[in-house]
Structures are given as C-alpha cells and as structure tokens.
Design a protein around this ligand. Structure first.
Ligand SMILES: NC(=O)c1ccc[n+]([C@@H]2O[C@H](COP(=O)([O-])OP(=O)(O)OC[C@H]3O[C@@H](n4cnc5c(N)ncnc54)[C@H](O)[C@@H]3O)[C@@H](O)[C@H]2O)c1
Length: 207
C-alpha cells in the first residue's frame, strides 16, 4: 500500500487498513529514510523534509500502533536509523542530526514502554548496497568500511529481532567506534576530522 510516511493521516490509514484486513500489528518496521547532503546552508525546506521522513515518520508510526499494543500488553517497533545516528555522517548535517533523533526516540520508547510489553529495536547499519549508496562504493565515505549486501543485513535484522536486542548493529565495527567516541570524545573528533578532510565532499548520499 503506497504511503507517504511523512504524512500522518496516511500512516494512520495504513495501520487502520492493515488491522482491518489482517488483525493486530505485532511488528511495525519503520524503515523509510532519505539522505540530503550538505551542512547548515541546506535550505529549511530540505531540513523539514528530511526531519519529517527520518524522524517524524517514526513518531507517526508509534502514535498509530502504540495504543493497541499497550492495550494488548505486547508489540514490537523496529525503527531503521543508521550508524550515522550513533556516530555522525561525514558531509551531511541533516542526515546525522535526524538519525541521532531517530535513535533518541527509539531509546525513549524502549525506556518508557519496555516494562509494558513493548519491544523496540533500532537498526544502525553502515553502508548497505541500495539505491541510497549507489555509486559511492569507490571513493565515497559510505564505502570506507566496505559495502554490505541487503540479504546479509536482513539476516542480522531477523537475528536481532529473534534476540529482542535493542541495538541491531550489522557492522561490528560500529560498536568499537561507539566505544571510542564515548571513551575519548576529543580524540574521536580529531579522527573524524581526518575522515572529513578525505571525504567531506563525498557523503555517499544522493544530493
Ligand atoms: N543504504 C545504506 O547504506 C544505509 C545505511 C544506514 C541506514 N540506512 C537507512 O536504511 C533505510 C532504508 O534505506 P535504503 O538504503 O534501503 O535506501 P533506498 O533509497 O533504497 O530506500 C529508501 C526507501 O524509502 C522510501 N521513502 C522515502 N521517502 C518516503 C516517504 N516519504 N514515504 C514512504 N517511503 C519513502 C523510498 O521510496 C525508498 O523505497 C533508510 O532509513 C536509510 O536512511 C541505509
């Protein structure tokens, strides 16, 4: 069912229609996302668009399915963020910021509703071979740690859901990078500046 996830009424309709046809929703996968390259100069209209898709779509999804899930005392939200939501996105402030927001929302949902039977997982991959990263494997920052195939990522997601793990990290290196960031922020920033000097103009995201 074609749905613009940035439009809350369409998300509500999607959920209502799925429930009418198939019954209660056990697992809602909120996966849509876009990339916008650039920094603070990016126009407000583009900031708003990426905010609505990369963050508000997760809010709309949760708003639509949570009441029923809370009533039943069970339900699962799988929100796709990105490693950019834990680390950063070289060359794209809007992507880094909105993916951090998506991670923050997932954490909040898990903390607030975890004891009411609501499971939450947040998917934070690095580069995966999809339309989003097309053409960036050689030379783009998205390709520095290699490109994962979608099938391999899907396996990690299925396993992460089976284990009901909050943080699903298909790329093991991301956990190390998170630890380095938390362990020594200043050093992490210096390292990221070096990466930015090499790749700053090549985000790996479509413009
Ligand atoms: N490919 C990667 O390397 C990578 C890495 C980390 C995170 N992600 C995230 O994974 C998710 C999936 O991306 P992908 O790599 O498959 O990219 P993709 O561009 O192939 O797919 C994104 C999908 O989102 C849909 N979409 C965009 N705006 C929408 C809207 N308003 N309403 C409904 N659908 C909309 C697009 O139609 C497309 O099908 C995104 O959230 C992305 O940010 C991707």
């Amino acid at each position: 069912m074609g749905t613009d996830v940035a439009d809350e009424s369409q998300v509500q309709e999607l959920v209502a229609s799925a429930e009418r046809e198939y019954g209660a929703i056990d697992l809602f996968c909120s996966n849509a996302g876009i990339g916008v390259g650039g920094g603070v100069e990016v126009l407000d209209a583009e900031w708003t668009r990426i905010w609505e898709i990369n963050l508000m779509a997760h809010v709309y999804a949760a708003r639509a399915v949570l009441p029923g899930m809370l009533e039943r005392g069970e339900g699962y939200l799988l929100n796709t963020a990105s490693a950019a939501g834990l680390l950063t996105q070289i060359g794209s402030a809007p992507y880094a910021v909105t993916k951090h927001a998506a991670v923050a929302l997932a954490e909040w949902l898990s903390i607030t509703h975890g004891d009411q039977g609501i499971k939450v997982s947040v998917l934070c991959p690095q580069a995966v071979r999809t339309a989003m990263t097309a053409g960036s494997e050689n030379g783009g920052v998205a390709g520095v740690d290699g490109m994962m195939e979608p099938e391999e990522l899907a396996e990690c997601v299925v396993q992460g859901l089976a284990e009901e793990r909050f943080l699903i990290l298909p790329h093991a290196t991301v956990e190390q990078y998170m630890q380095r960031k938390a362990g020594d922020y200043e050093r992490w920033l210096k390292g990221m500046r070096r990466l930015n000097a090499n790749f700053g103009s090549s985000t790996g995201l479509p413009r």
